[in-house]
Design a protein around this ligand. Sequence first.
Ligand code: 2AM
Ligand code: CA
Length: 269
Amino acid sequence: MTEFNHNKLYQDAKSWVLEAGKIIREQIDEPLTIDTKSNVNDLVTTMDKETEKYFVDKIKSKYSDHLLLSEEGFGDEINTMDGTVWIIDPIDGTMNFVQQKRNFAISVGIYHDGIGEIGLIYNVMDDVLYSAIKGEGAYKNGNKIPSLEKHVDIEKAMIGLNHFWLCENRLVDEKMMQKLVRKVRGTRTYGSAALEFAFVAEGIMDGYLTMRLSPWDIAAGIIIVNEVGGVTTTVSGEEVNMIKNNSILVCHPSIQETIINDYILKGKK
Ligand code: 2AM
Ligand code: CA
């Protein structure tokens, strides 16, 4: 069993993320083959698959005892978080990648026995890398991101939301969500969960609320947000399960209770 070595792993993961991003940038104007998955708007391109294969090759050749949980299915089948598990989304925000050629990210989270140890989110077209090693703070292009400010009033908060709260209303009450939208200062939709986590970590958004995300959408983001004092749970305040899909509320700690108790749980009563 290879010993868990943060620095070596971080250096490898970072150089692979940057190299994979460079390859995507170089090919951004090449014609794409676009397929659909679970529905007509659930897109996958050859670039998603090629990028994922790039990580599988790199990880398996250097860290043969590590496991890989990844979106396009070239990784391993994971039933537990034992050992070292890389959780990868080769392109988070595939619809943005296809339609905008920007606003997408590579997301890599490395977990050891279930603990998030290393997180990397790379905004490919802007060449901005968010990174964190557990206990060592979060960084944006190598510059330390300050801890989140002491307090945020819900009235002054900017929250990331998307249309899923309209469509998957088993989890939330539409009327309560409308109330929340009226209460906060503003809402934004970026279309890449990884980038929305990064923006919460950076303090340019105070929260992000969504009804269903997969482990690869959130694995890196949780680690990065943790390092600045942000919190992540399901929308009803439960712990996130990293081998399942989860609803997600990631936010500044001072608005977490209000959002969960006054807008989500109250709506379900
Ligand atoms: P993707 O681009 O990697 O598919 C868009 O709102 C965000 O949610 C993106 O991060 C997108 O990831 C993710 N997403 C979209 N549809 C999803 C679904 N059905 N389940 C989980 N995550 C989804
Ligand atoms: Ca993806």
